[in-house]
Design a protein. Structure first.
Length: 88
């Protein structure tokens, strides 16, 4: 038996991330309207959530896509800090 389940709010975050592109409004506006939170708070909660095994069990495709996108952004930030890597 699982010791922790995703809350309805946590499932809603994952569901929204899977489907937001179908909405008629901008993502940040939809986040505020649906969750009554800022986009930065939404992303903090979402990034913490995608590291949980329960989230992977709930929607593995969305979670894997989010993990990949997060890693790409992290890699871009790190590589962007180098002083002209092409000069070596």
């Amino acid at each position: 038996m699982k010791t922790t389940e995703l809350s309805a709010h946590e499932r809603a975050l994952i569901d929204f991330e899977r489907e937001w592109w179908q909405l008629d409004s901008r993502k940040d506006i939809a986040i505020r309207a649906r969750f009554e939170m800022s986009a930065s708070s939404y992303y903090r909660a979402l990034h913490a959530l995608v590291d949980r095994a329960e989230a992977m069990e709930y929607d593995s495709l969305t979670v894997l896509r989010l993990r990949k996108r997060r890693e790409q952004a992290r890699r871009s930030r790190v590589e962007g800090r180098r002083a002209d890597p092409g000069s070596r």
